[in-house]
Design a protein around this ligand. Structure first.
Ligand code: IPD
Ligand code: CA
Ligand code: CA
Length: 255
C-alpha cells in the first residue's frame, strides 16, 4: 500500500508544482486569512478519486471535502496541499500529506515536499525515509543548541492557548525559531534532524496524521503539551527528537 500512497502523493504534487505561480482562483474559507485555491481542490480530487477506485471500501477524511464513510477499518487522512498560504503568495514551501489509519492507528504516512521533490515516508513498525534513504531525528539534547519550529492557526489574532507567549518563551531559550507554514513539512524536518522540535497549538488530523508517524519511526517523540500520548484528533502537538522533550513540555506548560 505504501507504494500506492507515494505514487498518488507525487502525482498530486505534480498538479501543485504545475499550478505554482499561475493565475489560479482563490477563495476564503472561515476568514480572509484562511484560503483555499482551485489547486487544493484539484489535488484533493485526484487523491480521493484514486482511493475510491482502488480501495472502494476505505473511508476518507480530506480537508476540502469532509468525510466519506467507510465499511472497512481503513481511513485515509488527506491534506491535498499543506501550506496553502505559502502557495498562494508564491513561497515555495508546501506539501501533500497522506496518512492511512487501520483501526484507529496510523499504519502508513507519506509527505511529499513538492518543490524539493522529496518523498518522506514511513510504515508502522518500520523505519522513516526521505526519497528511500533512512532518516533519524537529531541527537541534540541541549535546547540552547536547538532549532525549533512552530505554526499558527488561522485564528492567531485571538492568541489561542497563549500561542504567542509560548513562541516568545521558546524563542529566547533556543538557538533559532522558524515558522515555515506547512505543518507536515515541520514534522518531517524533525524526523530528518533538521529541526530538533516542533509544536503547534491547534492542528487538524490531516496536518499531522502522516507526519506524526514519520517522526515516531525516525526515533522521535510526539505527545500533547503535557507529554501525554496523542492521537490525530489531539489539537496540541509537540514533536521532538525525544531528548529535548521534557524541557519543551515544561516551557509549554509554564507559558
Ligand atoms: C496549515 C499549515 C500551517 C499551520 C496551520 C495549518 P493548510 O495548513 O500546516 O503551517 O500553521 O495550522 O492549518 O491550511 O495550509 O493546509
Ligand atoms: Ca494543513
Ligand atoms: Ca490544506
Amino acid at each position: 500500500m505504501i507504494d500506492d500512497v507515494i505514487q498518488i502523493a507525487k502525482e498530486a504534487g505534480s498538479i501543485i508544482r504545475n499550478g505554482f505561480g499561475t493565475n489560479f482562483s482563490v477563495e476564503f474559507k472561515t476568514s480572509e486569512t484562511n484560503l483555499v485555491t482551485e489547486i487544493d481542490k484539484a489535488s484533493e480530487k485526484l487523491i480521493t478519486e484514486f482511493i475510491k477506485k482502488k480501495y472502494p471500501s476505505h473511508g476518507i477524511i480530506a480537508e476540502e471535502g469532509g468525510e466519506t464513510k467507510n465499511t472497512s477499518e481503513f481511513i485515509w487522512v488527506v491534506d491535498p496541499l499543506d501550506g496553502t498560504t505559502n502557495f498562494a503568495h508564491g513561497l515555495p514551501i508546501f506539501s501533500v500529506s497522506i496518512g492511512v489509519q487501520k483501526g484507529g492507528e496510523t499504519v502508513a504516512g507519506v509527505v511529499y515536499d513538492v518543490m524539493r521533490d522529496v518523498v518522506y515516508s514511513a510504515e508502522l513498525g518500520g523505519k522513516a525515509f526521505a526519497n528511500g534513504k533512512e532518516i533519524r531525528v537529531s541527537k541534540n539534547a541541549n535546547i540552547k543548541r536547538s532549532v525549533l519550529v512552530t505554526g499558527f492557526p488561522y485564528n492567531i489574532s485571538e492568541n489561542p492557548d497563549h500561542a504567542l507567549e509560548k513562541f516568545s518563551a521558546l524563542t529566547v531559550v533556543s538557538r533559532a525559531m522558524r515558522r515555515l507554514g506547512s505543518a507536515a513539512i515541520d514534522f518531517c524536518y524533525v524526523a530528518q534532524g533538521i529541526f530538533d522540535g516542533f509544536w503547534e497549538v491547534y492542528l487538524n488530523p490531516w496536518d499531522m496524521c502522516a507526519g506524526k508517524l514519520i517522526v515516531e519511526e525516525a526515533g522521535g517523540l510526539v505527545t500533547d503539551f503535557s507529554g501525554n500520548p496523542t492521537d490525530i484528533f489531539t489539537k496540541k502537538v509537540l514533536a521532538t527528537n525525544g531528548l529535548i522533550h521534557r524541557e519543551m513540555v515544561k516551557i509549554l506548560l509554564e507559558n
